[in-house]
Structure formats: structure tokens, C-alpha cells
Design a protein around this ligand. Structure first.
Ligand code: ASP
Ligand code: MG
Length: 407
């Protein structure tokens, strides 16, 4: 049986930790699994390389940047292969190209187009453990490309899909997916299973255990993921799987907190057709990730619009807003906000989940600025200083510290 194992940057953070990873791999090999291992760069390396590039050039999307960034994963993959070979476990490291990962030509944020598993299959047949440098592929131009930050998760899931692996185990420094951040709510509980849909909401909402794109891909290709810790490999992690594999659907599975948002208020916006379309299509063209949008009813031909974007898109957003000077009287930017979200499959079929959230925050005197909902999520923008209080209050309200969740 074939397993794909993926180790994140902290798991291969220094030579001792690489040896720890080698030990985990050896144990799995001793259980007779065929193994394809994907590694991230040693922690901090990608950031460092990226800062070196910035020293010389503002162009952060060039082919040269990809050549540079891909080196991080090559270092960790080859070191791991050296260690395993030395310790009697035949291994071979592969770059993204050797692993057959073909991408499009959007350098630094390439999308995987196809995977030719020829080299990997051949090496597996000869009994070798394959150590793939994550986060990278090659383009039809023949150059190295990288998949965007956190892209090693994507490499792992894509390989698991292409190779029809029985499981994709993603090792990080946390031992699974929790009902909320245990640093904020010590009573947070580790989930045994969670659906792709819930995981997607949680990861895009700031519970950054897995890269969002990798979960989307897992859902598309039906790849079961286990999120677990390389520092406590004996602890079973959380299975991320399709809804159909989850017998008892939790009303609420988790509370996510995202402090990385800015609220943008546009006041005195001309109330004529097409303005919102223009503003948001300009933002989209510049790849600004707009999240929650609220428009109020127009008064005297003027309306106001509120929306949120991630902090890293703030500068781009400010520049775009300048283009609409004529149609907007006032713009304000508020960074001191955060987004609290309640996520759970059971919301599809149960009422009262949303009102519970509003009541809970009201009881704590927390004012909600923007609300948005989807089938399995309620998100609320509140003042940042209430972030932790809000998480704890909601965690308590839905009894998330207990396995049986009626409220
Ligand atoms: N090394 C890359 C990053 O730091 C990719 C990854 O770790 O998944 O973003
Ligand atoms: Mg990662």
C-alpha cells in the first residue's frame, strides 16, 4: 500500500529534526508501506531567500525568483535522502521536474496541470523511498516554477491523487485540527474527523494548519488527508475526508479567528448602476481577495459599502480606491478588527445556530459590524480587542469542549 507523507518546515527545521523525520519514515517503511515523502524547506528558508531576492529586485514574480525559492525544498529533500540512505533505507530525492509535476507559466504562483508519475513509479518498484522537493514543478518552457506559499501541501495532495495513494499524511507541529486555537481556548478539543467543506472554511478563515488550495484539491480528487504532528507521531491526528464518511455531523465543528483583515468603509458612493461592479472588478483584476461585502440602502442618491480584505492586500486596495475619487466621498480603513467564524456541517439542517452566535456576543457586549453566512458558516466582524473573548464565549456557547454537542 502506498502512503504519501508530507513534512512541513518546522518538522525539518534543523538537522536533528530531519533525523526525527527520518525515524518516522523508517518506522513506516518497516510496516511495509511504499512511501512517497514530500518536504517543505527548512523553516525560515523560503522567507530568507525571498528577502534576498527583494534586495536586488522589486519584481517578485519572475522566473529567477522561482529558481531561487525552489532551492529551499531541494536542500531539505536531499538531506533527508542522504540520512535515510546512510541508515540503510534506499531513498532518492527528486525535484518537482523529476517527480513529473508540470505547471502553468504563472511563476511564483503556478498551478499544477498534470503529473507524469513515470519516474516515481519506477523508483517505487525498485523499493526506494522517494523524497520529493515540495512547492515546485516545471513549465512547458522548461523552467522551474513554484506553487505559491504553503505549496508543499499541494504537492503532497496532488501526488497522492495522481498515485492513488491510500492516504496523505501531513505532518506539522500541531497534532491535528482543533475546535479552536488552543492558545486562545485551552479547552479546545482535537477533532477526530472533519469534512473538506468545514476544513476549507476553517483554513481560509485563519486556522492555518493546511494550505487552502491543497484541501480544495483533496476534495476534488477524493484524497483522504490526516493532519498530525511530527513531534508526537504516536498521537493519531485528524482525518479530513468527504462528508459521506462522517456519521455524526457536528452542529458546530469549530470557531475560527482571523485577525489578518482590514475593513474598508466607502461612504457617499454614487448610487448608480455599475459602480460596485467597477470597484470589485478592479480589485479582482489586481488579485485582491475581497471577503465580506455589505451595501446599505441609498439615501439621497448616495450609498455606503463596507468590505474586508487581507492586510497584505491593503496597499493595492488603497491604490485602486484612488481611481474612484469622483464617485466616493470618503474612504476609511480600519485594521483593528477581526473576523470570528462559526463553522459546522450541521448548520445545513438545523436552525438557531446563527441566533445563538449573535446572542452570545451580545451577552459579552461585543458589537458586530458585518455578518455574512454560507451554508455551513457564520462570519462576524468585530473589534479586534474582543477577539479572544469572542472565541471563548462562542466555544462555550456551543459546548465545543464536549464531544456531545447539543445546545
Ligand atoms: N517553503 C514554502 C513556503 O514556505 C512552501 C511550503 O513550505 O509549503 O511557503
Ligand atoms: Mg505549511
Amino acid at each position: 500500500m502506498l502512503k504519501v507523507l508530507k513534512f512541513g518546515g518546522t518538522s525539518v527545521g534543523d538537522l536533528e529534526k530531519i533525523q526525527n523525520v527520518a525515524n518516522i519514515i523508517k518506522k513506516e517503511k518497516d510496516k511495509n508501506y511504499d512511501l512517497v515523502v514530500v518536504v517543505s524547506a527548512m523553516s525560515g528558508v523560503t522567507n530568507k531567500l525571498s528577502s534576498y531576492a527583494k534586495h536586488f529586485s522589486k519584481d517578485s514574480s519572475s522566473k529567477e525568483v522561482d529558481m531561487l525559492l525552489s532551492a529551499g525544498e531541494r536542500i531539505s529533500s536531499s538531506l533527508l535522502a542522504l540520512a535515510l540512505n546512510e541508515q540503510g533505507y534506499a531513498s532518492i530525492s527528486m525535484s518537482g521536474r523529476e517527480a513529473g509535476i508540470l505547471t502553468d507559466c504563472h511563476y511564483t504562483r503556478a498551478k499544477i496541470q498534470s503529473i507524469d508519475t513515470k519516474n516515481i513509479s519506477k523508483a517505487l518498484k525498485s523499493g526506494q523511498i522517494i523524497i520529493v522537493a515540495g512547492f515546485q514543478g516545471y513549465t512547458k518552457e522548461g523552467r522551474v516554477s513554484t506553487l505559491g506559499r504553503g505549496g508543499s501541501d499541494l504537492s503532497a495532495v496532488a501526488l497522492a491523487g495522481a498515485l492513488n495513494a491510500s492516504i496523505c499524511e501531513i505532518y506539522t507541529d500541531v497534532d491535528g485540527i482543533y475546535t479552536s486555537d488552543p492558545r486562545i481556548e485551552p479547552r479546545a478539543r482535537k477533532l477526530e474527523k472533519i469534512s473538506y467543506e468545514e476544513m476549507l472554511e476553517l483554513s481560509s478563515l485563519g486556522a492555518k494548519v493546511l494550505q487552502t488550495r491543497s484541501v480544495e484539491m483533496a476534495k476534488k480528487f477524493d484524497v483522504n488527508i490526516i493532519s498530525r504532528s511530527s513531534f508526537a507521531p504516536e498521537i493519531e491526528g485528524t482525518l479530513i475526508t468527504k462528508e459521506g464518511n462522517i456519521m455524526e455531523k457536528a452542529l458546530v465543528s469549530g470557531i475560527a479567528l482571523d485577525k489578518n483583515q482590514v475593513r474598508i468603509g466607502l461612504y457617499g458612493v454614487s448610487d448608480k448602476p455599475g459602480i460596485a461592479a467597477l470597484i470589485f472588478s478592479d480589485l479582482a483584476k489586481s488579485q485582491v481577495n475581497v471577503d465580506m461585502i455589505v451595501q446599505t440602502v441609498a439615501v439621497n442618491g448616495k450609498t455606503s459599502l463596507d468590505f474586508t480584505v487581507p492586510i497584505e492586500d491593503l496597499e493595492k486596495t488603497q491604490n485602486i480606491m484612488l481611481r474612484f475619487k469622483k464617485d466616493i466621498q470618503k474612504v476609511d480603513y480600519n485594521e483593528k478588527i477581526c473576523k470570528l467564524s462559526v463553522v459546522g456541517l450541521g448548520m445545513k439542517t438545523n436552525s438557531g445556530v446563527a441566533s445563538k452566535a449573535f446572542e452570545t456576543l451580545a451577552k459579552e457586549n461585543i458589537n458586530i459590524r458585518i455578518i455574512s453566512t454560507s451554508e455551513i458558516k457564520i462570519s462576524m466582524i468585530i473589534e479586534e480587542k474582543y477577539a479572544e473573548l469572542g472565541v471563548r464565549a462562542l466555544h462555550e456557547a456551543y459546548h465545543l469542549d464536549k464531544t456531545c454537542k447539543s445546545f
